[in-house]
Design a protein around this ligand. Sequence first.
Ligand code: UDP
Length: 151
Amino acid sequence: MERTFVMVKPDGVKRGLIGSIVTRFEQKGFLLIAMKLMSIDRTLAERHYGEHREKPFFGELVDFLTSGQVCAMVWEGPNAIANARGLIGSTNPAEASPGTIRADFALDISSNIVHGSDSLESAQREIGLFFDGAQPPGLLFRAASDGASIT
Ligand code: UDP
């Protein structure tokens, strides 16, 4: 059993696609562990996408991620990281397989609706980045049967 970090990006939130995306994860059989709607500042966006710091699109990526609210989620299931990437589809929606979220809902690589962790290390790092510390009232966590913490 594995946990992965998934985030509906500002374009997906603005277009009202949170429900459609959550539905796909639920229909696949993933268990929703935590979710919150939030604004992220440039520091968090830069840390989240730190591996791309030297890329030419980094500035625009951070601008985009901080342009509106995101929906941060943790999903659990067998091979959750690879399976979630499969549901999400290729980075470039033009190359994503039909039936994947990016193929069905997006047109442009810079506005590709949703993020999913690409490795166990990334998943743990990203869950820690978005769900650590004091949580605001109303944040929903599914109680872990074994009493384990969110990270
Ligand atoms: N991105 C972009 N231009 C590019 C490559 C990536 O704007 O040429 C953005 C895109 O939103 C992508 C994000 O940077 O989702 C992170 O890129 P990565 O290669 O990690 O793809 P992902 O893991 O999101 O599929």
